[in-house]
Design a protein. Structure first.
Length: 149
């Protein structure tokens, strides 16, 4: 894990040293997964293409030959990164349709430093720095508030 250098730590020490009270860490956990539909072992047939079109209506604009070529080239149907509730719903639909879906966890944790006394947030553009500062602030005893989706 990457650490914060001493200069940066001293720059943000006011968050946890008590000189500027009211700071808390707002942590947000975003449950998401990278999802793909696996191709049938017997190959891509019309039934699979028809099922795929029912599951993903945005594929109906593609010709069957174009969709088949895209699937052959990719080796799967890439659904991208989806929220966990959408993944669960898609998993049920795929199971009902006899289609095999694979997913890989891509959950994300973010931290935002908020002064609850002033109702302001510390603007940090760099997501990695915000995360590391949040982790350091938690390690040094700052209170936390958590949310998920």
């Amino acid at each position: 894990m990457v650490n914060i250098d001493d200069v940066t730590l001293s720059e943000f020490a006011y968050l946890w040293d008590g000189s500027d009270p009211g700071w808390v860490v707002h942590g947000h956990y975003q449950h998401q997964s990278a999802v793909r539909i696996l191709l049938p072992e017997h190959g891509i047939d019309l039934y699979f293409l028809k099922t795929l079109r029912k599951l993903f209506p945005d594929t109906t604009h593609e010709s069957p030959a174009g969709l088949r070529a895209r699937l052959d080239m990719a080796g799967c149907f890439d659904c991208g990164v989806m929220e966990s509730r959408d993944v669960d719903a898609l998993q049920r639909k795929c199971a009902e349709a006899g289609v095999i879906m694979a997913s890989e966890d891509r959950s994300l944790i973010t931290h935002r430093l908020v002064n609850e006394r002033r109702n302001t947030a510390l603007p940090i553009e760099d997501a990695a720095l915000a995360f590391l500062l949040g982790e350091e602030a938690l390690r040094r005893g700052l209170p936390s508030r958590h949310s998920t989706n």
